[in-house]
Ligand binder design. Structure first.
Ligand code: HEC
Length: 125
């Protein structure tokens, strides 16, 4: 193999190694940062919160187990049970979502959305 080709292969190998190292380093660096959920965005029950219930909650909270988190029912059930009284941090809904037995049923980002939605007044929006 000619010298020039060898040098090019060496160069490519070096780039690949550097990219891999950079990739690993960035994982190390960002893995434990909290998810990017904007507290100032106006979180909406219909668009942001109800989909979380649909995906992770209605399998159990589908009418028999309180609170009823089905679409069209969740707001009344949560209000009646006083689960969404601000602030989000101490609300029944958020506190339940971060309890060890409930925590795996929603992502960290989803928990934060719920918290901010309650902080913003838990509107039926
Ligand atoms: C596998 C079944 C199951 C799933 C899925 C589930 N829950 Fe529950 N949830 C329960 C049971 C059982 C209770 C009652 C016992 C308890 O408080 O843990 C409950 C209670 C609650 C309560 C009332 C707690 C209280 O102190 O009154 C809230 C609020 C709640 N769940 C929210 C949620 C949310 C939000 C999700 C989805 C992110 C969810 N649950 C997913 C089974 C489930």
């Amino acid at each position: 193999m000619n010298q020039r080709l060898k040098r090019i292969r060496l160069f490519i190998a070096a780039i690949v190694l550097l990219a891999a190292a950079a990739g690993l380093y960035s994982c190390e660096k960002y893995q434990f940062l909290p998810p990017a959920v904007d507290p100032n965005y106006e979180w909406s029950l219909a668009n942001d919160i109800q989909p979380i219930f649909n995906a992770g909650c209605v399998s159990c909270h589908g009418g028999t187990k309180a609170p009823d988190l089905r679409e069209g029912k969740s707001f009344n059930a949560l209000t009646k049970g006083a689960y969404i009284t601000p602030p989000g941090e101490t609300s029944g809904l958020y506190s339940t979502m971060i309890e060890p037995d409930h925590a795996p049923r929603s992502s960290d980002a989803d928990k934060l959305k719920v918290k901010y939605w309650i902080d913003q007044g838990a509107k039926n929006n």
